[in-house]
Design a protein around this ligand. Structure first.
Ligand SMILES: [Zn+2]
Length: 161
């Protein structure tokens, strides 16, 4: 799998937890939950399907094998993410961007994927805002790295800030 996108979903329902979503997907005959990560109501990030396997969350544009599927529990067409969920979503997305070298503009809401016909992840999830915050967060981390003082043995960083 060559993970180069992150696709953000809502579950569209008000499940209790990731386990309930998993049981539902298994009842459809799937081999596991379709998403790679699920953000529960209290903001806990529950691991979903292994990243060693293609997902089952966005068939459009072949995203199941190149886009990591992250789902926020709830119907975000009718209410915003809960406060803990919003914070965890940004945290998780920043982590995935770092781990897989994914750029913020490759974070897409499900409905933004070419060929997808869906309202997912709901009108209360502002993907433009998410991408902007992610870009700022990742840029400020880079800045911190550049400002690291010379190491003890007097080595001077060669790059220009
Ligand atoms: Zn979706």
């Amino acid at each position: 799998m060559n993970w180069s996108y992150v696709i953000v979903h809502h579950t569209g329902a008000e499940e209790r937890d990731a386990e309930q979503v998993r049981r539902y997907h298994l009842s459809l005959g799937w081999r596991d939950i379709g998403y790679n990560f699920v953000i529960e109501r209290d903001g806990k990030v529950a691991p979903g399907r292994s990243l060693d396997l293609p997902g089952a969350h966005c068939r459009a544009d072949g995203m199941n094998s190149k886009g990591i599927g992250v789902a926020v529990i709830g119907n975000l067409e009718s209410h915003p993410p809960l406060p803990g969920q919003a914070a965890s979503l940004l945290e998780l997305l920043a982590d995935l961007c770092r781990r897989f070298g994914i750029q913020p503009d490759q974070l897409l809401g499900h409905r933004e994927v070419r060929g997808a016909a869906t309202d997912c992840p709901g009108r209360y999830l502002d993907m433009e805002g998410v991408r902007r915050e992610l870009a700022e967060r990742l840029a400020s981390e880079e800045k911190v790295a550049y400002q690291t003082p010379p190491s003890q043995d007097g080595e001077i960083p060669t790059h220009q800030a």
